[in-house]
Design a protein around this ligand. Sequence first.
Ligand code: ADP
Ligand code: MG
Length: 246
Amino acid sequence: MSDNLLEIRSLSKALPAGPRQSAAMVLRDISLDIARGEFVAIVGPSGSGKSTLLYCMAGLEPPTEGTVTLLGQDLSGLGRKSAARLRRDHVGFIFQSYNLIPSLSAWENVALPAPLAHRSAGQSQIDAALAAVGLTEQAQQKPSTLSGGQQQRAAIARVLAMRPDVVFADEPTGALDAEAGAQVLDLLRTAATDDSSVVMVTHDLQAAARADRVLVLRDGAIHRELHHPSADEVFEAVTTPATRAV
Ligand code: ADP
Ligand code: MG
């Protein structure tokens, strides 16, 4: 197995033609690697394919062409069950809308995935996951009584308690105010360790500038790739036309 956690080769994604539209290419010929420990941000205009790319990377959507290799396993070569198991055991996903279960407390939400994965999570492990995101006091509260930032932190605790190899996050700070967003970003930054990687889609160029690497997507293709950029450099890359007159 190579050192890369994730390898994407010549990935394209077409949307099927509908009654009133022809087939459209959402992603075009994307190749990229995610190394262990990397924190990668994906930015680009709305509709540029960021979410679709993230879903393909996570094995939630199949590519039309090309391959996605996660932990040395070609996802297209796996049956539905094996792919689901690989995701369950190694992948975490964080959504803009938190996706907590409303009838369960924060603690119960965090405790939920382990038994589904046939793993035992001791009470202390759940407590530790909630403490790590600063929600010890709120452990017994239902999501509806938590602020947006607290709900997102609970969703992050739920993912991190499973110790995934890679965390995917789609606009995780999109519904949060600046302070709550900064807390969530700190948690994601910390979640990228020697062993685990984080791939985050964001609109927030300041947030993207916290990443080790920033991929700028445009019209379904990788327009630019930046290493440890400043927010200004991300802004420039997002706003620079694809072909510039010299
Ligand atoms: P982003 O996350 O960058 O805003 P998306 O990946 O959500 O972009 O979408 C990329 C393009 O694909 C958009 O033009 C969007 O309208 C289209 N698209 C995505 N998913 C679907 C779908 N299930 N049905 C129809 N169009 C879709
Ligand atoms: Mg999106």
